[in-house]
Design a protein around this ligand. Sequence first.
Ligand SMILES: [Zn+2]
Length: 274
Amino acid sequence: MRNFKMARWAVGFGVCLAALTMSGCETTTSSGVVGANRQQLLLVSSDQMNQGAAQAYTEMKTDAQKSSVLNKDTAMLNRVRTIAARLQPQTQVFRPDALNWNWEVNVLESDELNAFCMPGGKIMFYSGLIKTLNLSDAEIAVVMGHEIAHALREHSREQMSQALVAQGAIGLGAALLGLGQGSANLANQGYSAFIATKFSRNDESEADRIGLELTARAGYDPRAGVTLWQKMMNASQGSAPPEILSTHPASANRIQEIQSLLPAVLPLYEAARR
Ligand SMILES: [Zn+2]
């Protein structure tokens, strides 16, 4: 009898797991005007991701401080923080809980053309991105909106979940309970694991969509999405292509896709300006 029950449980679990693996089991965001509603495979918990990210972010800041490259340019820091402060309230369209995140925004003095938002809202901008591409406020908002969108959609958590399944290194039951070896070690992986998340093209497309809506709702001209990515593309022809493109693979028609989103988000921009 017990075996029978166990067998039924195992079959049920297997079916559930297969369904989970095939189609995902939940989605992290509401859809907004141009957002995403794809189902996602999420085995690691948000808390674990956010905890790991917070620790990694602190380590990164400490290292940057030691090397005297943290928030060197006060004017630039204020500019970036002002833009972030306008974007953050807009996140509630996609997920109300993001308003309660422990958001942080800092600027790293570096020639790298890079920026990221770790799980839970830990944002880092590299001064090189703003200086080298001579970004306008609206273009900074587009980059930041895009990075925030990755965090709202929990793309890193999804990547981590997929990696756990792919590795098969831990018991999936344990992973479902959040007790997996891999996930338990998350906090110890250092910040590289969080910065170097390589997003899929699908993730990129979702982040472009949600990011553009955040930009427009915050009252920044979403048409800056076109000029921003044109600048990025031009820079990628040079000898030192933007680091941001190595973790954010672009589709060939990214600019066209952004252009096709403008009719939906421009009214939000007009409304926000009133
Ligand atoms: Zn991206």
